[in-house]
Design a protein around this ligand. Structure first.
Ligand SMILES: Cc1ncc(COP(=O)(O)O)c(C=O)c1O
Length: 466
């Protein structure tokens, strides 16, 4: 039986398969919540109304609601009816291309995969008031086509912000605002071959989708090993460019050592090479001051890439490239061909958000929260899984947990999935062979604050019980 009904004006399509009406209704509602078709906070119809709509007994609906309530999907409160619980969102970011989500992950209630900050901590009120102020203050011409590099207001504010917080040496006319690092990299893939880049050195553990983007544009990768001092650079011979994550290697978490930073700058200046500095989570450093951007050592050779995906939310699709003079025009042209420019509305809002001090305040607040989570992760593993060694924790939003003797990534991932926890193994990030010991890459920033304790407890249980 296929039924549809309207919730708060939203048509929801439910398929009630088979004869077991109650089980069918539960499954259909669960599926709708898992896929996000029924969003957290959505008010469900009363059991009487839904029963009438579906032509089934009211008791059947009431029992299905009660069961889903017991499972944590729904909350019922006197006077405000039954709603989809705020924790019911399985807004899992899609897995990196090429990585299959482990079985059961779609139903995971607790997401500890790397790649996302706590989305429930997004400063909605602050963002809204920045948007209101930005839009009411913007002249009408700001709403028309604009400079492909981005709004001058934002580039001016970003230049100051990046200089102040990351030590980047930049003038506003060298910035191209883009849709996150993803688009920044895509633009560079178009431009680099024109300046003689055919081979690009990349860290041999990294984002598969980044490697795929490079390969798709015909750039041949040269693999660099990674150790406790970050990327090992001496294998970069023959490459005209390097893509590095100096502040916090992704995913292993090491920080590029001072000597290698100097080596990288010397290599670029000496050979005319280019370095793409992917500073995806550089705002998050816990034990001391953040290491400044590598870009400052060789601004005419380093393309600095930043993003709000970790500080605010990936969904904003806002990022920036800081470019050497010789690339700025070509990248701006590629951006113009790609999508004219990034939405002026979002750019002006971010401008206001940074200018008002709200961005700094937000980053400070979440940095503190993530630091506490990191400390709790380390403490929990030390107490309950002493065979596990945690590394890469000085910065960023994820840690690497090296598993103990005899433990396998797939087993722990499956054990975690059975407990409703989505987790990833290091193997999914090996761009050539997975030559390291078995390990998990734990995104401790991902769950909402109130879900972290449970997520951590279940993760620890999954590791301990293997
Ligand atoms: C290594 C790395 N760089 C950059 C990003 C950010 O990409 P974007 O700015 O397109 O959201 C991520 C996000 O997961 C990442 O893992």
């Amino acid at each position: 039986v296929v039924k549809a009904w309207a919730i708060s004006g939203v048509d929801l399509h439910l398929e009630l398969a088979g004869h077991r009406v109650r089980a069918g209704l539960e499954a259909a509602l669960r599926e709708a919540m898992q896929t996000g078709r029924l969003a957290p906070g959505t008010r469900l119809p009363s059991s009487r109304a839904l029963a009438a709509d579906l032509g089934i007994a009211r008791n059947t609906v009431a029992e299905a609601y009660a069961q889903l309530g017991a499972e944590g999907w729904l909350t019922a409160r006197q006077g405000s009816g039954t709603r989809v619980a705020s924790t019911a969102a399985v807004s899992l970011p899609g897995p990196a291309a090429g990585i299959r989500p482990p079985l059961g992950v779609r139903a995971a209630r607790h997401d500890l995969r790397p790649g996302s900050p706590d989305l429930s901590a997004f400063p909605r009120a602050g963002w809204l008031s920045a948007a209101r102020k930005a839009l009411s203050g913007a002249p009408s011409r700001a709403l028309g086509y604009s400079d492909p590099r981005g709004r001058p207001e934002l580039r001016t504010v970003l230049a100051a912000y990046l200089g102040r917080t990351r030590g980047v040496r930049v003038a506003p006319d060298r910035i191209v605002v883009c849709a996150g690092f993803t688009q920044g990299l895509a633009l560079l893939c178009q431009v680099l071959p024109d300046v003689g880049v055919t081979r690009i050195a990349v860290e041999d553990y990294g984002q598969p989708r980044t490697a795929e983007a490079l390969a798709a544009s015909g750039l041949a990768p040269v693999m660099l090993g990674v150790d406790d001092g970050g990327a090992v650079l001496d294998k970069a011979h023959g490459a005209q460019a390097m893509l590095l994550t100096p502040a916090h290697q992704f995913p292993l978490g090491s920080v590029l050592s001072p000597r290698r930073r100097a080596d990288a700058a010397r290599w670029a200046a000496g050979s005319g090479g280019l370095i793409i500095e992917d500073d995806y989570d550089g705002e998050f450093r816990y034990d001391r001051q953040p290491v400044g951007a590598l870009q400052a050592l060789a601004p005419e050779h380093v393309i600095y890439a930043g993003t709000v995906s970790k500080t605010l939310a990936p969904g904003l699709r806002l990022g920036w490239l800081v470019l050497p003079a010789r690339l700025t025009e070509a990248v701006a042209s590629a951006k113009a061909r790609s999508d004219a420019h990034t939405s002026s509305f979002e750019q002006l809002t971010l401008t206001e958000f940074i200018t008002s001090g709200a961005y700094d305040r937000h980053v400070r607040r979440v940095r503190l929260a993530y630091r506490r989570r990191r400390d709790r992760l380390v403490a929990a593993l030390a107490a309950h899984a002493p065979g596990v060694r945690v590394t890469g924790i000085a910065a960023g939003l994820h840690a690497v947990a090296e598993l103990g003797p005899g433990q396998r990534e797939e087993q722990v991932i499956a054990g975690a999935a059975a407990r409703g926890v989505a987790i990833e193994g290091l193997g999914g990030y090996a761009l050539r062979a997975h030559t390291r010991g078995p390990a998990l890459v734990i995104g401790y920033a991902t769950p909402p604050e109130h879900g972290y304790t449970t997520a951590l407890a279940r993760l620890v249980a999954a590791i301990r019980d293997q």
